[in-house]
Design a protein. Structure first.
Length: 451
């Protein structure tokens, strides 16, 4: 049992810093620039024996209509509505501002338990702000420094007083049941390709901020979800532009966060605008996904804007196989988040790729295939001496990794390695996942091939 806590307040008061502190790791991007956080970001954390379900929110600003700030405010209000407790964060050095007072009215109308955090109070520098915070009417504020970890024991005591019927957290060192681990699906692509809209369409709610502006998403946002009986963690990421165009400090941090998400993903959906899919940046992102050893699904988004769907899909398939032969056969799912078309085909494709990514091929089957492959196309002779493969075995999954033991391993041509890798793909039906192929001999020399 955990308590759901929303971290709320105006921009640049330290909500994301406190979120990272309570989560025990740097999950949210932190910067002095106001308005870094836009979508709700969720994570589990622990404070003493309390298990916390944390929700980081955008800085609340008065805005109306279709402005981005208005959409951010809607996300904050949704987080408050779902929370068991709100941590109202203020900047103790600046004291109470008119924006803080307006937001205090919002919290009173929401009728939720509230604890005020007077942040940035290290060294007594925010004493006046702490005193002013009493005037908000939410009881005793907690002087804290989220950056330095000061005031956590006082926060624990006030949470206990405010929400007294809390159970202790489960043992954090208890072993996880591997069979219940969710499939981690990362959504990658260029800015404004339709990543957030795709996730909203999948889960059936406006969970993520969307709009015509490129680069709305900055943090990688994880959303727990159920696809039928399967638990899934959907991870929305910031758009990835060409490296030469990424100059802004915040954008560099966002791209680094996206790459970190990729490395922890099981399967990656590469979202592309159908009208300009497989441009150079799409190809570079796909190559990065394959080199990181993740399963790959292509998503052709905004399909409602494509006039000749069947012909366009055929052209995309040909382009993918020609430009990215190392992932030949990876599924292409055409979707429209606006109309819902094709959305139901995405998760079956992801599930199949995930199963292939986890596949284990029996050693006898592999060696039977190897003998047949060598009969069809024997290894070449080098300097008059033929290379002799001895046996092959799979040494790991996620992604499938194979080792071939043979004589004169270092002299086996790359072309023959590619022949074997492609043969494994075809024989064991592994089209959409990277295959790692290692050639070794008894003396310890080796070469490695990914396909």
């Amino acid at each position: 049992m955990s308590i759901k806590i929303a971290l709320v307040g105006r921009p640049n008061v330290g909500k994301s810093t406190l979120f990272n502190r309570l989560a025990g790791r740097k999950l949210a991007i932190v910067d002095d620039t106001p308005g870094v956080t836009r979508d709700r970001r969720e994570a589990y954390g622990q404070l003493g024996d309390l298990r916390l379900a944390l929700v980081d929110t955008a800085g609340f600003e008065d805005a109306r209509g279709a402005a981005l700030e208005a959409r951010m405010a809607e996300q904050t209000l949704a987080a408050i509505a779902e929370a068991d407790l709100c941590l109202f964060v203020i900047d103790s050095r600046m004291g109470i501002t008119p924006a803080d007072e307006r937001f205090a009215d919002v919290l009173r109308n929401a009728d939720k338990p509230v604890v005020v955090i007077a942040n940035k109070a290290e060294g007594g520098k925010g004493d006046n702000g702490v005193l002013e915070a009493f005037g908000l009417g939410f009881g005793q504020p907690v002087p804290m420094s989220a950056e330095h970890g000061e005031g956590l024991s006082d926060l624990y005591s006030l949470i206990r007083q405010t929400v007294p019927d809390l159970s202790a957290a489960p043992d954090p060192d208890a072993p996880l049941d591997e069979t219940k681990k969710p499939l981690r699906l990362a959504i990658l692509g260029r800015p404004n390709a339709g990543k957030s809209s795709l996730i909203n369409a999948l889960i059936g709610e406006d969970r993520l901020i969307t709009g015509p502006e490129a680069g709305i998403t900055r943090d990688s946002i994880t959303i727990p979800w159920k696809a039928g009986d399967r638990a899934v963690q959907l991870v929305d990421t910031a758009g990835m532009r060409k490296r030469a165009k990424v100059q802004d400090r915040l954008e560099k941090a966002s791209v680094a966060d996206t790459i970190r998400t990729l490395r922890f993903a099981d399967v990656v959906a590469l979202v592309m605008d159908s009208r300009e899919a497989f441009e150079k940046q799409d190809l570079q992102i796909a190559d990065l996904i394959i080199r990181e050893g993740r399963g790959l699904v292509y998503v052709a988004a905004k399909w409602d804007l494509v006039p000749d769907g069947p012909q366009r899909l055929k052209a995309l398939r040909a382009t993918a196989d020609r430009m990215l032969p190392q992932a030949r056969g990876a599924p292409i799912v055409a979707v429209s988040a606006l109309t819902g078309r094709g959305i139901d085909r995405l998760m079956p494709a992801v599930t199949q790729v995930y199963e292939d990514w986890n596949v284990r091929v029996k050693t006898p089957d592999l060696n039977r295939w190897l003998r047949e492959a060598m009969e069809r196309h024997p290894p070449p002779a080098v300097e008059g001496r033929r290379i002799k493969p001895r046996y092959i075995a799979q040494i790991k999954a996620r992604p499938p990794t194979f080792v071939l033991m043979c004589s004169r391993a270092s002299e086996l041509p790359e072309s023959y390695e590619r022949y074997l890798v492609n043969g494994i793909r075809e024989a064991f039906d592994l089209p959409a996942v990277p295959i790692r192929f290692i050639v070794r001999q008894n003396r310890g020399q080796y070469s490695e091939k990914e396909g």
